[in-house]
Design a protein around this ligand. Structure first.
Ligand code: NAX
Length: 324
């Protein structure tokens, strides 16, 4: 067996962390034959809870887990890291002003970006899950001068999975019959799931469902799914978010020639402002994330994509002072 892969998870004592760590440890993310070392980061008030999670990991006696480090020291958590899942963040709470939210996350992701830059493996794959995910990723990337933009991504796979499930349901098909359904833009209520490219059993999705269902039911359902889960469950989605994070990393590491959604630093594809962390349809070929080219966007799609780009531009401008 090769050297263990160092995997960092931040916010490891949180609810997504609890749904994520045991699946990573059992080999579902990197492979059933890949040994790992887990480097778990928390903030001091959560260290007791994290110790409990580490005890449970130990009690699973996972053969692939060679070492577990639980720490509140950022540099230690990112030392030699090859896969970094940035889950811990400061989500918006009731009554919290936008400025406070951005400042709180600026403080977290500038520090983590710098620590990644100074301590992680040069080929580290960074996945930001903590919200606002795209802009937190933007902050980390811009705080990491020793890493390349290609090291960074944010998660829209959960949104894609939600869209696939809803379309399969509507068309009475199996989820595996839904292809090429990707999310464009921000992981927020402005995201755009593009049904015009999607296929259901090889047929164009928009030949099967009508435009009014798309606009009036499907789009709001996907965009508001996170809120619907909070109101039903009393807390935000955790197992499905962890599942999406595993799939995102799995595909990045192992490659996929199927279209999937990843928010990555834009190089200007489809006219999107360069440097924004923007979700595109991608394939991962030869260890490289490639944005699907040649997609024609009709007026409706282009309009929705502009809205989500504009939101990301506003977020970028709002965090700019934190990056100086
Ligand atoms: P929890 O509040 O259960 O856990 C977050 C954990 O992060 C806590 O244990 C906290 O102590 C820790 N933390 C906070 N600041 C930290 C820091 N500076 N360093 C290390 N750890 C830190 O939230 P959970 O439900 O696990 O959600 C985590 C994040 O994922 C939230 O920001 C949430 O909004 C976001 N989500 C993102 C999704 C996506 O699709 N991109 C979907 C699910 C989820 O809503």
């Amino acid at each position: 067996m090769a050297n263990p892969v160092r995997v960092t998870v931040t916010g490891a004592a949180g609810q997504i962390g609890y749904a994520l760590l045991f699946r990573i440890a059992s080999g579902e993310m990197l492979g059933k034959d890949v040994a790992i070392e887990l480097q778990l980061l928390e903030i001091p008030p959560a260290m007791d809870a994290l110790r409990g999670v580490v005890m449970e990991l130990e009690d699973c006696a996972f053969p692939l887990v060679k070492k577990v480090v639980a720490t509140d020291v950022v540099e230690e958590a990112f030392e030699g890291s090859e896969c970094a899942l940035l889950v811990g963040s400061r989500p918006r709470g009731p009554g919290m002003e936008r400025k406070d939210l951005l400042e709180a996350n600026g403080a977290i992701f500038t520090v983590q970006g710098k620590a990644l830059s100074d301590h992680a493996d040069r080929n580290v794959k960074v996945l930001v899950v903590g919200n606002p995910a795209n802009t937190n990723c933007f902050i980390a990337m811009n705080s990491a001068p020793n890493l390349s933009a290609a090291n960074f991504s944010a998660m829209t796979r959960l949104d894609q999975n939600r869209a696939v499930a809803q379309l399969a349901n509507k068309t009475s098909s199996a989820v595996e019959d839904i292809k090429d359904l990707a999310i464009w833009g921000n992981h927020s209520a402005t995201m755009f799931p593009n049904l015009y490219e999607a296929k259901v059993g090889g047929k164009s999705a928009t030949d099967i469902v009508d435009q009014s269902w798309y606009e009036d039911q499907f789009l709001p359902a996907i965009q508001q799914r996170g809120a619907a889960i909070i109101s039903a469950r009393g807390s935000s989605s955790a197992a499905s978010a962890a599942n999406a994070a595993i799939e995102h990393m799995h595909d990045w590491v192992h490659g996929t020639d199927e279209i999937t959604s990843m928010a990555i630093p834009s190089e200007g594809q489809y006219g999107i402002t360069e440097g924004l962390i923007f979700s595109y349809p991608v394939r991962i070929i030869d260890n490289e994330i490639r944005v699907e080219s040649g997609i024609s966007l009709n007026e409706f799609a282009a309009g929705r994509i502009k809205v989500t780009e504009n939101e990301l531009l506003e977020e970028r401008d709002a965090v700019a002072p934190l990056l100086n």
